[in-house]
Design a protein. Structure first.
Length: 550
């Protein structure tokens, strides 16, 4: 009995919230109507209705023929204001239709004003309370992205609605256009660049910037989408050798780059990535060092390859050779149109499309085709619920993992960069702690002491940690981890080299961070044994942790 009552109560609350949401959507649609700009007429309409009633009472019905006309005109104007208190300066026998309608309208207008003022006060109080909480996110914006983000973040976020919001410690810039966000930053430069605040700039064009503790940090939506996708769908199956990425805009580029960094696996054949929608010339001109670790437009059994196709495939036979198809154009509508076209041409295999999961559910032909064709698997990725969670925007768990890995690396190894920093210190000659500079050692061991590139490198290593954990588990089951140490170290070295090549580092005998030269960018067999052992420390760190059961 109690359970039935609770179930009915929950359903009632759900239906009420659903109706409120539908009404809010209708209101958003109505706000676009031209008549919406004349909504202020509703508030003054009761006044003019009351004025018409007084004119009829004073002049037409001639109840006050012995009073000065000038006084009656002024009285009519003044008494009309009383209608907002549902008060009429007339006897019951003098009431007319204008008064009755005006009194009803005046009461409604007054009630709505009181409600609006109460909501305004409550909102200000809520804002005052929320900005004092350290984990509150203030969302700035003026478009669909801001509304989507507020819905996804829920009660832990508030919309920026005044100067009071700038008192919060964490802010998110969610503008539909990057140029709008930049202008907004320049307008409120003093508020955002404070040392005790951190601002996340959601962008699809700008690269992810310094993972620091304050200032403006770029959180690239496309990069976050690629990171989430490959974390869930990395190429664990050795039978998947050919992957097609259709669309090479912001999302397509990030998907390729993340794939190259994540799908670095031993004990399997090379992988072919086929990119549709670009000839690759512009991309390779920005990443010229990729030719050192990849084969371009040519298959190679010894290393992965990337094949560029200028157009979206017109010949379905080329796509039928792929083991997985990823539709990742920047426009979701185009993704769905291409998916619809592929399904109607009888495409089989694994198809992943960037869109909301609900969209695939509402398209009824997709589950029906999956039911009748077991060889077809259609999945959605990159939904708003995934991309705009607080952990993804703030890189919460990933950033924490990267910081912890760096801390343990510095603590457990005699990192070369610590001593390099010590000997390059300007106070080295007069240092009281020569041989063991506590201050320099401590500074180098902190996360904020790293350059943005070094932080990004630690983030990329944290991305690959779940794959390493699986590799260790597989090695332990089939043979022994010790026997697989060499192949695992080779895998880590390849991953590390790819990250550096993606950022245009090149080999040189002497390291130069400013010119991006590194002596370790060479085949694994050419490294010294001590340098080869450095590729084992990420696995050694994971061996101290429990395996992931996934």
């Amino acid at each position: 009995m109690v359970f039935s009552f609770l179930t009915a109560f929950v359903k009632a609350i759900y239906n009420v919230n659903k109706r409120i949401l539908e009404r809010s959507r209708r209101m958003e649609h109505f706000k676009k109507h031209p008549l919406y700009r004349f909504r202020w007429l509703i508030f003054v309409l009761p006044y003019f209705l009351a004025l018409a009633g007084y004119i009829q009472l004073y002049f037409i019905e001639d109840h006050f023929n012995d009073v000065n006309t000038k006084y009656l005109v002024l009285a009519a104007f003044y008494n009309s204001f009383k209608i907002y208190g549902m008060s009429v300066s007339a006897d019951l026998n003098q009431m007319n239709m204008w008064f009755e309608v005006a009194r009803l309208g005046g009461g409604l207008v007054t009630t709505s004003v009181i409600v609006k003022v109460a909501k305004f006060i409550m909102e200000k109080l809520r804002t005052w309370r929320m900005v004092r909480k350290p984990d509150t996110l203030v969302v700035h914006g003026d478009g669909a992205l801001q509304k989507t983000l507020l819905q996804t973040l829920g009660t832990n976020s508030i919309a920026a609605n005044g100067e009071m919001c700038f008192q919060a410690k964490q802010h998110v810039l969610a503008f539909d256009q990057d140029a709008q966000a930049l202008r907004y930053i320049m307008k409120h430069e003093k508020d955002f660049l404070s040392t005790d605040k951190i601002t996340y700039f959601l962008s699809t064009g700008y690269e992810a910037s310094d993972y620091g503790e304050n200032g403006v940090i770029v959180s690239n939506i496309a990069a976050n989408c690629a990171r989430l996708y490959w974390a869930e769908h990395w190429l664990k199956d050795p039978n998947i050798r050919r992957v097609a990425i259709i669309g090479f805009g912001h999302y397509g580029e990030r998907l390729l780059e993340q794939a190259l960094l994540v799908n670095v696996l031993p004990w399997r054949d090379s992988i072919e990535y086929h990119i549709f929608g670009s000839d690759g010339k512009n991309y390779l001109s920005w990443h010229p060092q990729l030719i050192n670790c990849l084969s371009i437009n040519q298959s190679d059994e010894t290393k992965d390859s990337v094949h560029f196709h200028p157009l979206v495939p017109e010949d379905i036979r080329l796509l039928q050779q792929m083991n997985r198809i990823i539709i990742a154009m920047d426009d979701v509508d185009e993704n769905l149109l291409l998916l619809d076209r592929l399904l109607h041409t009888g495409m089989n295999g694994i198809i992943h499309v960037r869109c909301g999961k609900d969209l695939l559910t509402h398209l009824q032909y997709i589950p029906r085709r999956q039911y009748t064709n077991p060889h077809l698997q259609v999945k959605a990725f990159g939904s708003n619920e995934q991309l705009f969670s607080q952990d993804v925007i703030l890189h919460g768990q990933l950033l924490q993992s990267a910081k912890e890995n760096h801390r343990m690396y510095v603590a457990q190894s005699q990192a070369e960069n610590i001593y390099r920093k010590y000997f390059s210190c300007q106070n080295y000659a007069n240092c009281l702690h020569q041989g063991y500079c506590v201050q320099c050692l401590h500074a180098a061991a902190t996360w904020d002491d790293l350059t943005p590139f070094e932080k990004a490198s630690n983030i990329a290593a944290a991305d690959h940690a779940p794959i390493k954990q699986t590799l260790l588990k597989v090695a332990d089951q089939h043979s022994s981890i010790k026997d697989c140490k060499d192949s695992l170290c080779r895998t880590e070295h390849i991953r590390w080299c790819r990250f550096y090549y993606l950022h245009n580092w090149a080999y040189a005998e002497t390291r130069d961070d400013h010119r991006r030269f590194h002596p370790l960018l060479q085949p694994f067999d050419q490294l010294s044994p001590s340098e080869q052992d450095k590729d084992w420390w990420p696995y050694e760190l994971l061996l101290q942790q429990p395996y992931d059961e996934k």
